[in-house]
Design a protein around this ligand. Structure first.
Ligand code: ZN
Length: 223
């Protein structure tokens, strides 16, 4: 990775972290953002206001969690960031947030069910919920990794959500979707018994996303 590319990656991490405030994904400095780097990963530091982050304040770790560069302490949740990059080679960015709707729902310790076809964006017919474990522990890392098996996003019991992506933009947008879906589900559940989509309907939605994705990449049909 060239110096310019790495600087741009560092800036994208900071921009995503700052955007979490604006978009209501965090109130103070909870949560964190990371991206895969050439030697491991770059992650936001612990205990620093996102607004005061500079590219140099990010911490670079190898995938075993050893610090490679940076003056500050890596976010306390570095365990599961490292584990995800080790296990899921297609993941290049991670957003972890204690966003209100996802966190509220995570306290039910149940997956977000197939109440809306957009749930399929996370890779399956529901968005799973990782088992509870103390923050910053190996145990939490195991439960997050196990929940993310086959999925791009998960809730984390009594904690929040973790979302992965092929780049920061993708992970960030999916985090916004997950938060919005949790909010919608909450509203629907308050109104009455939520009717869920069947596996067949969810599969049709997932298939349609693939076709739609191709169509978007190709651009509008001029014929
Ligand atoms: Zn957390």
């Amino acid at each position: 990775m060239t110096k310019i590319k790495e600087l741009s990656l560092r800036q994208q991490i900071i921009d995503a972290a700052c955007a979490m405030h604006i978009d209501g994904l965090t109130v103070a400095n909870s949560g964190n953002v990371s991206a895969r780097s050439e030697r491991g990963l770059l992650i936001t530091p612990s205990g620093v206001a996102y607004e005061s982050l500079t590219p140099e304040s990010l911490v670079e770790l190898n995938l075993s969690g050893e610090k490679l560069s940076g003056q500050l302490q890596a976010s306390s949740e570095w365990h599961f960031h490292c584990a995800i990059y080790r296990e899921k080679t297609d993941v290049a960015a991670i957003v972890h947030a204690h966003s209100p709707a996802a966190t509220a729902l995570s306290c039910l310790r149940k997956p977000l069910p197939a109440f809306h076809y957009m749930v399929a964006l996370a890779g399956g017919y529901e968005i799973p919920c990782a088992d509870y474990a103390t923050f910053g522990t190996e145990e939490l890392s195991h439960s997050v990794l196990s929940a993310l098996k086959g999925y791009k996003a998960c809730l984390m019991a009594n904690h929040g959500m973790t979302v992965t992506g092929a780049n920061i933009d993708g992970a960030y947008k999916l985090a916004l979707e997950v938060e919005s879906l949790c909010e919608m589900y909450h509203k629907a559940a308050v109104l009455g018994d939520v009717v869920l989509l069947s596996d067949k309907e969810m599969q049709e939605a997932a298939d349609a996303f693939v076709v739609y994705g191709r169509a978007v990449k190709k651009g509008p049909n001029k014929a």
